[in-house]
Ligand binder design. Structure first.
Ligand SMILES: [Zn+2]
Length: 177
């Protein structure tokens, strides 16, 4: 299995809103396995399609490390219907290595998405899973967590970000599944 490369800060694909998922190829589940492998390989808990260069609106997540009764899941065409509460926690991102900053987000979100069977699900998440979902949907909309911190804090990490961008992947052509 060829390992997928995770696109880093500076890649134009991470700054673009992804396309809505239409028909999916038969080998989509195998592609997801490659995404899980890339995610676990870097100790991640969520990974959006554009982080591996795919211009489509879906992400994977594995909440089981933090929430025993939850497992891994794919969110196809996810959208947040409602957000409530406020929560501030430190975040990191596989596309922004070695940077951790506190980000304020909603504590609870109601999300509409399609699962692997393309069934439409509406579900509420709170706490840790809600945070991961908001982080990943941000990705799919071209927003990185470092854009959600104060300008002052951002100025402190600017030189680190520039270094990541210099050595990161900067392809502009999307990968096909
Ligand atoms: Zn991320």
């Amino acid at each position: 299995m060829e390992l997928l490369e995770i696109y880093q800060f500076g890649s134009p694909l991470l700054k673009r809103k992804t396309q809505r998922v239409g028909e999916l190829p038969d080998h989509f589940p195998e592609f997801l396995e490659r995404m899980y492998a890339a995610m676990y390989g870097d100790d991640g808990i969520g990974l959006s399609a554009n982080q591996v260069g795919v211009d489509q609106h879906f992400f994977i997540a594995d909440f089981s490390l933090h929430e025993k009764d939850m497992s891994r899941e794919v969110f196809i065409n996810p959208e947040i219907l409602e957000s409530t509460g406020i929560d501030t926690l430190e975040e990191g991102c596989l596309s922004v290595p070695e940077i951790h900053e506190k980000v304020t987000r909603a504590y609870r979100v109601k999300v509409r998405y399609e699962n692997l069977k393309r069934e439409v699900i509406e579900k509420e998440f709170e706490g840790f899973p809600a945070r991961v979902i908001q982080h990943e949907i941000d990705h799919l909309n071209g927003v990185l967590f470092v854009e959600r911190i104060s300008p002052l804090k951002r100025s402190f990490i600017d030189s680190k970000l520039k270094k990541i961008a210099e050595k990161g992947i900067t392809q502009t052509e999307p990968v096909t599944i």
